[in-house]
Design a binder for this molecule. Structure first.
Ligand code: SF4
Length: 191
């Protein structure tokens, strides 16, 4: 997979202390995207699912991982790797939240086994393109056209409580490459 960053603990993109994974590569080119540095894949970002799982295992030995949030870039442009990844992540937590610029009906129409595995294992899918003019500080979503789909019914109650009480926040991580700002950014933010 092509993965630009993995951060822990992410506390602003879903409930609890989560492990966040940002894949690299997106051809959508949304105006006002807060992660344009993740549009073009880079050879140095190539990792195997085993590499990622090794890191997850080491973090999990030291800290509780409440869930996973996978964003980008466009995660659903890497369905083979992502399907393998979330199958293995689900052994740690079933709470896997995925952001995608595709709408769920577009993904279902693919009739692709890897995409079907992702849709069967993801707890939550937040779908739809980012529209800068509809950036209205809606919870967990960059723009108000995007929708939150709770795909695993057992997760619904916990997520509904979280969605009723949470509000958008920004969290900054200091990394070797500088500060990475995580969360739902207001219009005009440039990462
Ligand atoms: S889909 Fe996401 S990462 Fe891709 S351009 Fe749009 S906002 Fe940026």
């Amino acid at each position: 997979m092509n993965v630009a960053r993995i951060l822990y603990p992410v506390e602003v993109l879903g409930p609890g202390k989560r492990l966040g994974i940002w894949v690299c590569g997106c051809r959508r080119g949304c105006k006002g995207c807060s992660n344009p540095e993740l549009w073009v894949q880079k050879p140095e970002y190539e990792v195997t699912v085993e590499d990622i799982m090794s890191l997850v295992s080491r973090i999990s030995d030291l800290h509780k991982i409440d869930g996973f949030t996978i964003s980008g870039g466009e995660p659903m442009d890497q369905p083979e790797g992502l399907s393998q990844l979330i199958t293995q992540l689900s052994a740690y937590s079933k709470d896997i939240l995925i952001y995608t610029g595709y709408r769920i009906d577009e993904l279902k129409k693919r009739e692709d086994p890897a995409t079907n595995i992702i849709l069967s294992r993801a707890a939550v899918l937040i779908d739809g393109e980012y529209r800068e003019e509809e950036n209205m500080d809606v919870l967990l979503r960059g723009s108000s056209n995007q929708r939150i789909h709770i795909l695993i019914p057992e997760m619904a109650e916990g997520y509904e409580k979280y969605l009723a009480s949470a509000h958008n926040q920004i969290q900054n991580f200091t990394t070797l490459n500088g500060v990475v700002s995580v969360g739902i950014h207001r219009k005009g933010f440039s990462g």
